[in-house]
Ligand binder design. Sequence first.
Ligand code: GTP
Ligand code: MG
Length: 198
Amino acid sequence: MKITSAEFIISNSDVSKCPKDPLPEYAFIGRSNVGKSSLINMLTNHKNLAKTSGKPGKTQLINHFKINLNWFLVDLPGYGYARVSKKTKEVFQEFITDYFEKREQLVCAFVLIDIRLEAQKIDLEFITYLGEIEVPFCIIFTKADKISKTKIDSHIAAYRKALLANNWEEMPQHFVTSALESTGRDKVLGFIDEVNEQ
Ligand code: GTP
Ligand code: MG
């Protein structure tokens, strides 16, 4: 898919104030610093459309970006940036769970996982939560430039095992990306294109 336009529309912490357009949207969620905002920039070929930072906690609000005038990418705050471990409900800010539970335009969530890390409890909890509320999702393994190709395969195999141990019957659809090297761009955009056509 060719990206012909990408435009920031609005930031807010209230799902009822998100754009009213009945257009399909795709949301990026995952731990702080996993690369959600960088991936949005990579996919849209814009350096600074979404604000990024080396420090976790950069994105604080729900950010809507209108793409090709007919669908949205949504950048969300990261979870898991609490110094003390808290119960799931407190870690996933209420406006984020509100977004996932109430946003009718949401057609697919992308759960971003740092390819270098072993499966983290908080991500598995979030994936379970998406299953419970029946939000379709894919997994995106980020920062693929940081490890070798062989390690990528073994990390994905380990992740599959962790999901199966958490009651998933199969590995969900997944992608491997690098915002640095534009890896995975065509596959992710191709997937979005297909869903938009449905
Ligand atoms: P929050 O908004 O804080 O939740 O973070 P985020 O998930 O939006 O992460 P962000 O895109 O701001 O990136 C965090 C850091 O990771 C930045 O220093 C990015 O440059 C770096 N980064 C993101 N994606 C990649 C990647 O694919 N490869 C490499 N090497 N670095 C990346
Ligand atoms: Mg961000």
